[in-house]
Design a protein around this ligand. Structure first.
Ligand code: FAD
Length: 478
């Protein structure tokens, strides 16, 4: 490492390399704090050429490297679990080009998600995927995790919005994938990289689609006696053919934590659950949709349906929803934000089982989630210094995943597998499925120098690997 550090300082200048223990401390974990490992160094490149030099130097010295954005990930993806050098892209934060006519923007990976929408608003455009962490997470991290958000119900996740990428491969070669017109032919390699959790290379430039700002937006708050009736309203709204831009449920524990915090928005703390319904589009159509969505909420048991009076009130509601994880900091020092998906129709049943698991393990579990997508976020408030409580949290986490998979769901909706769920991959993929995915990874990085130790199981569940797991449908050829 001494020789590598000297070389990196030569390449990037002293300010481009962090190696003191107190500097490295903050890079030990991401938002999932119970997985941590200290990297040997952190580098702060300014452009693709810097990234290429760092990668080449690391390879020369046989040291692994880990791409990192803002470190808001919730699956341990940016943790240097095998040691090595973190390549933090925060300084690569320039919006390189906005093309309103073709509705695209070209950005460096360190651009913060919310900053892009702010920058293109003057063209009446926005960038649709909006993780609740959008005030801090980077587009590079979003690409790696194929991030979603409240508004991906209507607009799709990151993969639906990325048309081209520049990538520094694990051997230092720089490649361009896709094309800015979204017209690339051949295998969809952009699609392979989006969601690959930083294991196929370092993304150094991203071309994204922009979406026109809608003519009218209305935000409804359905006030329900419990989560189950709010889930029924979600089913009824989708069944009716309405496509809201967002359908989000916040349960009572979360409402109370939020209302006691700086994110308070005046939500009733005696409500069992609140369903946020956002509708957007042409003005006349939205007016009709508001009536229909309100009726579905009332039919499912809402005691009241409030409509945001103006943009300021709408923003307050969203600040409250997106600040929910932060508000949980009032309940305990640590928060495990779980992430799994179930078929939407099974939400009421699964939520009851999830809550029962929390109770059985004597845990403080709350729910705030992307209900329209069936994407659950059971949140467990705990103190990781209490070993017994941490063990119960992990056990409950595993049981929740198994319940979701049994219901026909998957083990992550948007936070990725990372370190957190790698041992659970055999719940949904057979050995052959996993081998196919590893073969894809090998094609990009045969020595697994880039972000090693992520996504793929080590050993624990190998014996459990399920040959009938629903990873891929197999077709027998004659
Ligand atoms: C309060 C809170 C709310 C959240 N809400 C949501 C939500 O609504 N929806 C959602 O999907 N997620 C959500 N997240 C999770 C997280 O914000 C996202 O996964 C986000 O995309 C991570 O971005 P980041 O810049 O922080 O990446 P990091 O955490 O730094 O890294 C995440 C992964 O991306 C890789 N990576 C980072 N940069 C690059 C690059 N340039 N090239 C290749 N790989 C790279 C890393 O190696 C790692 O595997 C939330 C997190 C928090 C803390």
């Amino acid at each position: 490492m001494t020789a590598l550090l000297a070389e990196l300082r030569e390449l990037l200048g002293a300010g481009g390399v962090l190696a003191r223990p107190e500097e490295l401390f903050v890079y030990e974990a991401d938002g999932l704090t119970h997985h941590s490992a200290r990297p040997s160094a952190v580098t702060l490149p300014r452009d693709a050429a810097d990234v290429q030099r760092i990668v080449r130097a690391c390879r020369k010295h046989g040291v692994p490297f880990v791409p990192r954005g803002a470190g808001t990930g919730l699956s341990g993806g940016a943790v240097a679990c095998h040691g090595g050098v973190v390549i933090e892209c925060a300084r690569m934060n320039r919006i390189l080009r906005v093309d309103p006519e073709n509705r695209i923007a070209v950005v460096q990976p360190g651009v913060v998600n919310a900053d892009l929408s702010k920058a293109v608003a003057k063209h009446a455009l926005f960038y649709a995927p909006d993780p609740s962490s959008q005030q801090s997470c980077t587009l590079g991290g979003n690409v790696a995790e194929n991030s979603g958000g409240p508004h991906t119900l209507k607009f799709g996740t990151t993969t639906n919005h990325v048309v081209a990428l520049e990538l520094v491969l694990a051997d230092g070669e720089v490649v361009r994938l896709g094309n800015s017109a979204g017209l690339a032919s051949g295998l969809d390699l952009v699609g392979a990289v989006v969601g690959s959790e930083g294991t196929l290379g370092i993304v150094t430039e991203i071309t994204v689609r922009l979406v026109p700002l809608p003519e009218r937006v209305e935000t409804l708050l359905g006030i329900f006696p419990d989560v189950v009736s709010a889930c029924r309203a979600v089913g009824a709204i989708i069944k009716s053919g309405l496509v809201p831009s967002a359908l989000e449920i916040v349960d009572q524990r979360t409402i109370r934590a939020v209302e006691a915090s700086v994110y308070a928005a005046g939500m009733p703390t005696d409500a069992g659950a609140i369903l946020i319904v956002e509708l957007d589009g042409p003005s006349a159509a939205v007016a009709v949709q508001v009536e229909r969505a309100s009726a579905h909420c009332r039919d499912a048991g809402a005691r009241e349906v409030a409509v945001a009076r103006d943009a300021a009130e709408r923003q307050r509601f969203w600040r409250a929803r997106k600040g929910a994880f932060g508000a949980m900091g009032r309940l305990a020092p640590d928060l495990y934000v779980h992430d799994a998906v179930v078929p939407r129709a099974k939400l009421p049943e699964i939520l009851e089982r999830v809550c029962a698991i929390g109770d059985a393990h004597r845990l403080r579990l709350s729910n705030v989630f992307h209900a329209g997508d069936g994407n659950l976020h059971p949140n467990i408030s705990f103190d990781r210094r209490d070993a017994d409580e941490l063990a119960r949290v992990l056990k409950a986490g595993e049981e929740i995943l198994r319940v979701c998979v049994e219901a026909g769901g998957v083990i992550s909706g948007e936070h990725g597998i990372g370190l957190e769920k790698r041992e659970y991959m055999p719940l949904v993929f057979s050995e052959a499925d996993l081998a196919a995915q590893i073969a894809l990874r090998d094609a990009f990085d045969p020595e697994h120098a880039c972000n090693p130790g992520k996504i793929f199981p080590t050993t624990r569940f190998c014996a459990e690997s399920n040959p009938k797991a629903r990873g891929y449908e197999r077709v027998a050829f004659e």
